[in-house]
Design a protein around this ligand. Structure first.
Ligand SMILES: C[S@@+](CC[C@H](N)C(=O)[O-])C[C@H]1O[C@@H](n2cnc3c(N)ncnc32)[C@H](O)[C@@H]1O
Length: 152
């Protein structure tokens, strides 16, 4: 549910649907575990050969969140992923340092609309951001998989 944020469009919150929405959310989350831990701790806790992780870390070079990643954090994450015995898919902005740090993994280009990189909170000067985050809120994402784990 995303209540409207401005006057240009009506709120999507319909009070008449609230009870049904809460029931649906309850059903959807009934068997979900929510952790509030650093991602490295979550990986350690749940990693198994059959585990599949979807990782959506803060974007490289952009401070859009209360908690952001420094370059060193990406290096630590890359080392953790290289050692672990699970599979993962990670979306991240297209930046030369990202390609370097995660260069050992398979990558696939994908486009998707995003608002995060266009956030006024981003502290990296526009000219220094990667080309992909500067126009039309489009961003090139990199998907990374560890294929060796499929082999057994
Ligand atoms: C790109 S956003 C993910 C958004 C999320 N996938 C969603 O759809 O709401 C990156 C998130 O990682 C969080 N974060 C920052 N440092 C983290 C850490 N060490 N471990 C786990 N999450 C972290 C940020 O607070 C931010 O919410």
């Amino acid at each position: 549910m995303h209540p409207g944020k401005g006057t240009a469009q009506p709120s999507k919150l319909n009070i008449l649907d609230l009870e049904e929405s809460i029931i649906q959310i309850h059903r959807r989350l009934a068997r979900v575990t929510i952790e509030n831990l650093p991602c490295g701790d979550v990986i350690q806790r749940y990693v198994r050969p059959q585990t599949f992780f979807y990782l959506d870390p803060p974007y490289y070079g952009i401070k859009a969140y209360r908690l952001n990643f420094e370059p060193k954090d990406f290096e630590v994450l890359a080392q953790t992923l290289a050692k672990m015995k699970g599979r993962f898919l990670m979306s991240l902005n297209d930046h030369k340092e990202v390609r370097h740090i995660f260069g050992g993994f398979k990558i696939q280009r994908s486009r998707c609309a995003t608002a995060a990189c266009a956030s006024p909170a981003a502290t990296v000067p526009r000219a220094e951001r990667s080309r992909s985050v500067t126009t039309n809120r489009d961003q090139i994402l990199w998907k990374m998989y560890t294929f060796h784990l499929f082999l057994g």
